[in-house]
Design a protein around this ligand. Structure first.
Ligand code: B1M
Length: 211
């Protein structure tokens, strides 16, 4: 088994203590950080499928998520570059009712490395909390909302509407997460949609530089 395959297998089975060392070994073997990340994301896909089919339950999903988070810590310096330009502040959060944060953390990391200062509100963030954070932080140029559950898509819609109706201006709103589509993003009035962390960072840069 290659080191990348070992990383995938150990994320899947939630081996929190082993994953960081395996990620480091995979890096030492010369594997690109992006390929290692892809393997970990694929592992979470398998975990999700096994959850859907009743083979795994919430505790196993949680442990796999912890294992992946430990692996991402090792990968972080290899994924995030240093930006030459300061693009302003980004406020990010996972919307109300939703506790998934791995994708949101990856998006935050990539947007930060594109040149934004990051204000991460965490998970289960209400629309009002997003608005408060925009008011409290000077120079907000981007608001990023993540959501992983189809049941929290209405909360994303409410968040975007509340932000847009707040009268606050000078920033763009980007949304994403597995159940979110470009059509849904447009329908709820978001300025942009991105399917993954890398594209979220390039889109963020493009949006702010065009404004
Ligand atoms: Co949950 N969960 N979960 N879960 N979980 C999913 C999402 C699910 C698809 C599993 C399944 O059934 N196959 C399913 C959702 C079904 C649906 O609504 N369509 C699901 C469910 C049902 C649930 C619960 C309801 C289970 C229950 O209690 N019965 C419950 C809900 C809790 C809540 O939030 N209120 C629940 C709980 C959990 C845990 C807490 C145990 C844990 C999360 C721990 C954590 O995040 N710290 C968990 C996990 C781990 C998963 C899976 C297995 C993995 C998620 C993940 O981290 N993926 C997931 C199955 C799956 O994803 N296939 C599943 C890896 C991550 C890198 O990908 O987050 O998609 P992702 O992020 C991507 C893109 O989506 C995008 O970029 C990232 C990659 O570059 N992206 C953005 C994300 N945000 C973005 C924002 C952007 C742009 C792009 O712009 C702002």
């Amino acid at each position: 088994m290659s080191k990348i395959e070992e990383v995938k297998a150990n994320v899947e089975t939630g081996k929190t203590k082993l994953v960081p060392g395996l990620v480091q070994a995979a890096l030492d073997e010369g594997n690109p950080a992006e390929a290692i990340l892809e393997a970990m994301v694929a592992a979470m896909g398998v975990v999700g499928d096994k959850f859907s089919s009743g083979e795994l339950f919430v505790p196993e999903m949680l442990i796999a998520a912890k294992a992946m988070a430990k692996g991402v810590e090792v990968l972080k310096p290899h994924l995030a570059g240093t930006a030459a330009t300061a693009l302003g502040t980004c406020v990010i959060g996972t919307v109300r009712g939703d506790l998934h944060d791995i994708g949101k953390n990856l998006v935050a990391m990539m947007i930060e490395s594109a040149g934004f200062d990051m204000v991460d509100l965490g998970v289960d963030v209400s629309a009002a909390k997003f608005v408060e954070a925009i008011k409290a932080n000077p120079n907000v140029k981007l608001v990023a909302c993540s959501g992983l559950l189809s049941t929290t898509m209405p909360a994303m819609k409410e968040t975007v509407a509340t932000i847009k109706e707040s009268g606050l201006t000078g920033f763009k709103v980007i949304v994403g997460g597995a159940p979110v589509t470009p059509e849904f993003a447009a329908e709820i009035g978001a300025d942009a949609y991105a399917p993954d962390a890398g594209k979220a960072a390039s889109k963020a840069k493009e949006l702010v530089m065009a404004a």
